[in-house]
Design a protein. Structure first.
Length: 408
């Protein structure tokens, strides 16, 4: 299993670099801004997931419900969520982007429609793969991620060569949908049939730990607001170009973060099982190893990006990114946010989420301060608001929550 995970990490890193190269080489500065604004807006599909997929991962790992029951519970809920997301965000996106500066020489509306459609299908399939990972099919899930990485970059390359640049926004979602459906038909057709056959189920199935599921959903929403939503704030209050620079820098840092935190997310099923069995020592060992790897990969990755700013040959790339000081602030803010996220994952191993309240309140405060400060301090406003709130308020409370749980 470690081999496929290592390969997936390498492929993810390579495709991440290729995406950055293609964006800066084939998209204009205006298309880059629209590109990341589109991806940020459509990323609101996570609100319609409301953290249920992550809850299903924990619940299936704890084995308090079987896979079929979890699928039957999820299917009608996700059908409604997917349809509602597609209809509502097709309209919301049309209204929102219609009022922005029209720097494009082609019609963006069909592209937005297609992006919403593929993302809604991706949303509909999310619970199946959460349950598969929770029930031990980790190797298969990572293999699918690997295939998705490769297919998405191929699709992206074809689009930017032969079609308009903004159409490349659908590369990831459409590749994921095609790969996932083909995989389910070939490898897990019974589970896929149970899921599809339950979308219009008339009988109600109760999901255990309903409160936990709701709390995870609230935390999920808060996490999205304090990171990706900043792109839209910059898009609205500053400029398309700056939002594109912020989006590209965030994408680069997030690529490093996803690679460095993959062991942590991979360990969620094991951590949940150890917490369920009251093996706190094993749980702590798994968590510490994951955090150690997070630092060992993320910090050198940020150092490498920092070196980019001093290489003349990479000026084409760095000119499309935020300035060096802003990049460093964003990198630190992302690291602190991931540390808090790791503490939340630890507490969720016990099927509780004590930080959902502070996450909700702090995200609203960060959002408010970002809007207030961006007009006078530019991009510094949202970044300092994010870093200050996470470092001074949320992180200490997250540490306190772990100490409290372990003393129970």
């Amino acid at each position: 299993m470690n081999n496929i995970i290592l390969i997936q990490r390498i492929v993810h890193a390579v495709t991440g670099i290729l995406f950055l190269f293609l964006v800066t080489s084939y998209l204009t500065i205006y298309e880059q801004g629209w590109y990341y604004a589109f991806l940020t807006m459509v990323g609101f599909y996570t609100l319609f997931d409301f953290g249920y997929s992550e809850s299903l991962l924990h619940l299936s790992s704890s084995k308090i419900s079987n896979s079929d029951d979890l699928l039957r519970y999820s299917a009608p809920k996700y059908l409604k969520s997917s349809v509602f997301f597609f209809i509502s965000f097709t309209i919301i996106g049309y209204i929102f982007f219609s009022y922005q500066d029209q720097n494009l020489s082609y019609n963006w509306i069909p592209i937005w429609l297609l992006l919403c459609l593929t993302s809604s299908i991706f949303l509909f399939l999310m619970p199946i793969f959460a349950i598969l990972q929770g029930t031990g099919h980790i190797r298969e899930v990572y293999f699918i991620k690997l295939v998705q990485n490769v297919s998405s970059i191929i699709f992206f390359f074809i689009v930017v060569l032969y079609f308009v640049g903004l159409l490349a926004t659908i590369a990831i979602s459409i590749s994921a949908v095609i790969v996932q459906i083909l995989y389910l038909i070939k490898k897990h057709n019974r589970l896929f049939y149970v899921y599809l056959n339950s979308v219009l189920s008339s009988h109600s199935i109760e999901l255990p730990r309903e409160t936990f599921v709701i709390h995870v959903g609230i935390s999920w929403l808060a996490g999205y607001i304090i990171t990706q939503f900043q792109i839209l704030i910059i898009f609205i209050y500053l400029s398309v170009e700056l939002s594109g620079q912020f989006g590209l820098t965030l994408a680069m840092l997030n690529t490093i973060l996803l690679i460095s935190s993959s062991k942590l997310h991979l360990s969620i099923p094991n951590m949940t099982q150890e917490a369920t069995n009251k093996n706190l020592r094993n749980l702590d060992q798994i968590y510490i190893k994951s955090i150690r790897e997070l630092f060992q990969i993320y910090i050198p990755g940020v150092v490498i990006i920092s070196i980019f700013y001093y290489l003349e040959s990479l000026s084409v790339l760095t000119s499309r990114m935020l300035s060096f000081d802003l990049m460093i602030i964003l990198a630190v803010a992302i690291l602190i946010n991931q540390i808090i996220g790791s503490l939340i994952i630890y507490t969720r191993s016990f099927l509780v989420d004590p930080l959902f309240k502070i996450n909700s309140l702090s995200s609203l405060v960060i959002l408010l301060f970002s809007i207030i400060t961006i007009k006078t301090h530019g991009v510094y406003g949202p970044l300092v608001s994010l870093l200050g709130m996470q470092l001074v308020v949320v992180l200490p409370l997250a540490i306190r929550s772990i100490i409290k749980i372990k003393n129970v």
